[in-house]
Design a protein around this ligand. Structure first.
Ligand code: CA
Length: 229
């Protein structure tokens, strides 16, 4: 059973997330401030930490920075909407992912599963994996994509976009999150470049092989589902 530590000063949010996680079969502990959170994180043996950024005393970024001097426990930051600086410094300080408040519990659960998977893969083997969805295979080490065994030639941006969608399969990715994966999180510019890369990918993969790989979620972004329906 996975153990999760929630560091969150808003008791209602902490309680809500705790109930949902326990319901999903996780074992949960909570800390109401940064200092308690850091102590627990350093002493305890957690599989994942949900870490609020805006905390009394020691803030989340500082907790993360101190934790990373000793431990690599996966951390998902809980950030306020549009707190770009939090995201940037959080990722710099070694966060594995972030989620913006308010969030849907389904999205949080999906991100927890991705972080756990990454961490397990990272421990079991060197980074770089093969991701397979239907006839599409993406090889991270070789930077190669094949469909039905045939190589598909992609630009670097197209590859990174496809990788982001395949790694997060079944999770709807909004344009700003995809921009971070494809252009870096300090990118400033139009997020509709993502739509352009999606169009290129669809021409090269969906249209060429007659599959429905990348789906549009109107008003949100894009998703690749593993059933390819
Ligand atoms: Ca807070």
């Amino acid at each position: 059973m996975s153990r999760i530590l929630i560091v969150e000063d808003e008791a209602k949010i902490a309680r809500f997330v705790e109930l949902e996680l326990v319901h999903e079969g996780y074992e949960v502990e909570k800390a109401p401030d940064g200092r308690t959170g850091l102590d627990l994180a350093l002493q305890g043996d957690y599989d994942l930490i949900l870490l609020d950024v805006m905390l009394p005393g020691l803030n989340g970024i500082e907790v993360l920075r101190r934790l990373r001097q000793q431990k690599s426990t996966p951390v998902i930051l809980l950030t306020a909407r549009d707190a770009v600086m939090d995201k940037v410094s959080g990722l710099d300080a070694g966060a594995d992912d972030y989620i913006t408040k308010p969030f849907a519990i389904e999205e949080l659960l999906a991100r927890i599963r991705v972080a756990e998977r990454h961490h397990e893969a990272g421990e079991a083997a060197p980074r770089g994996a093969r991701i397979e969805i239907g006839p599409v295979v993406l090889d991270e080490d070789r930077h190669e994509v094949t469909v039905n065994g045939e190589p598909v030639y992609l630009t670097n941006h197209e590859f990174l976009l496809l990788q982001a969608l395949m790694e997060n399969k079944n999770i709807v990715m909004d344009r700003s999150r995809l921009i971070e994966k494809v252009c870096g999180y300090d990118y400033v510019g139009e997020t509709n470049v993502i739509d352009v890369y999606v169009r290129y990918l669809r021409t090269k993969i969906d249209d060429h092989y007659g599959i429905n790989l990348i789906r549009t979620v109107r008003g949100v972004g894009y998703v690749i589902r593993d059933d390819l329906k």
